[in-house]
Design a protein around this ligand. Structure first.
Ligand SMILES: [Fe+2]
Length: 395
């Protein structure tokens, strides 16, 4: 019996406030944290929204000693050089920090950017010095995250993804200090999220859920989060494209994405998440979409290898629950392919400009992801990764 009792560790370091219309209180929340000089990184498009203008106005009404706002207008995913340039905006001529916190209002890239600037505010030199998993850092300034997409869950994770443009590698600046001190999750902020971003971020969240659910490092605690996240995400992802202004659907996706992030942080990723870091930088594919394209194929690989997805199948709305577990797992894989087709996730890499002629660039690098592949419960070898890439450029 004792064999079934798991040992595990679980971390959730970010205080969370969740609710429709709560972001309007951001200024009060910052006051509550005794912060006096506020640095705000905000997605340039989002900054034009009426609701966001009201949030900023409320912050100004709180009469902080300093409020510096920087509009994030990068079209690409963030890189180390952009961090170096924008940190100057928050420094005095003597190189001293002008703020005592960074607030990120935007998608995962913007929140990651806030985390990066928070590290650079207390650690000298260029951002590239801190790539990967830096050690012996000075504690960064606190970050506060307001996600405007439902996907990356950067608001509750310690990762901050940055690309090195020269090497085309996404190494990030990942430190345990990166956990935001506060996440303000207001689904109203996701209402303006365009269709393509809703798709990419929603797919990202489902990758987090499914890969962390099956990961060999998962445990009974992470599975609670992954299952609830799956239920919310799978059953609302197609609905959001039919009714993008429905705040209840948007709330379900925001909450699902948040839970998926917590599960991922405390469990592990897998082949689809890993392969996104391969095709993303080389072919400029958004991270969420880059992982999504592989997800049903990895699930099918697992089903064919005998993995039991029946527990998740039972969480899908309006399915026949009387069939046996094996049939459920098989149908689960099909249901995922069907959802992807319905919402428009490509089932081929050719739409990203990846074809037989250039896929070699990717094939050469697959082995770098062996550690993430090892998280998959059914053996997923480097060869399996290469075969999947080749299969997806044939169509
Ligand atoms: Fe992701």
């Amino acid at each position: 019996m004792t064999k079934k009792i798991q040992s595990f560790e679980f971390n959730l370091k970010t205080k969370t406030k969740f609710g429709v219309d709560i972001a309007i209180n951001l200024g009060k929340y910052l006051k509550g944290l005794s912060l006096k000089k506020i640095g705000i990184i905000i997605d340039g498009e989002i900054s034009k929204e009426q609701y966001v203008k009201e949030i900023i106005k409320e912050i100004e009404n709180e009469k902080f000693e300093e409020v510096i706002i920087w509009n994030y207008d990068l079209n690409e995913e963030p890189d180390y050089d952009s961090l170096n340039k924008s940190k100057l905006r928050f420094l005095s001529e003597e190189g001293k920090t002008l703020v005592d916190c960074f607030v990120g209002i935007g998608g995962g890239s913007v929140i990651d950017f806030a985390k990066g600037l928070a590290t650079l505010a207390t650690n000298p030199g260029p951002a590239i010095n801190y790539r990967g998993f830096p050690k012996n850092l000075n504690p960064p300034l606190p970050t506060i995250a307001l996600p405007t997409t439902a996907g990356t869950a950067s608001e509750v994770t310690y990762n901050a993804v940055f690309e090195d443009k020269k090497t085309k590698k996404k190494m990030g600046i990942n430190t345990m200090y990166n956990f935001p001190v506060l996440a303000v999750i207001d689904p109203k902020l996701t209402l303006s999220c365009p269709k393509s971003v809703t798709l990419s971020s929603g797919g990202d969240a489902l990758v987090h859920t499914l890969e962390s659910y099956v990961a060999v490092q998962s445990n009974m605690y992470t599975k609670i989060f992954a299952k609830e996240a799956f239920k919310l995400l799978f059953n609302n992802l197609s609905k959001v494209f039919e009714e993008p202004d429905d705040i209840e659907i948007r709330s379900n996706l925001s909450f699902g994405s948040y839970l998926a992030g917590i599960s991922l942080m405390n469990s592990g990723s897998g082949p689809a998440g890993a392969l996104s870091y391969l095709i993303g930088p080389h072919f400029n594919v958004p991270h969420g979409l880059a992982g999504s394209v592989f997800l049903p194929h990895v699930v099918k690989h697992n089903v064919d290898g005998g993995y039991n997805y029946s527990e998740l199948y039972d969480l899908i709305d309006n399915v026949d629950k009387t069939i046996n577990k094996k049939e459920k797992s098989k149908l689960f894989s099909q249901k995922l392919f069907e959802l992807w087709e319905k919402i428009g996730v490509p089932n081929s890499l050719t739409v990203f400009g990846i074809n037989k002629g250039n896929v070699d660039i990717l094939l050469k690098e697959v082995e770098k992801f062996e550690v993430a592949f090892a998280q998959n419960p059914i053996t997923f070898s480097v060869d399996d990764g290469k075969k999947l890439l080749l299969k997806m450029v044939k169509k």
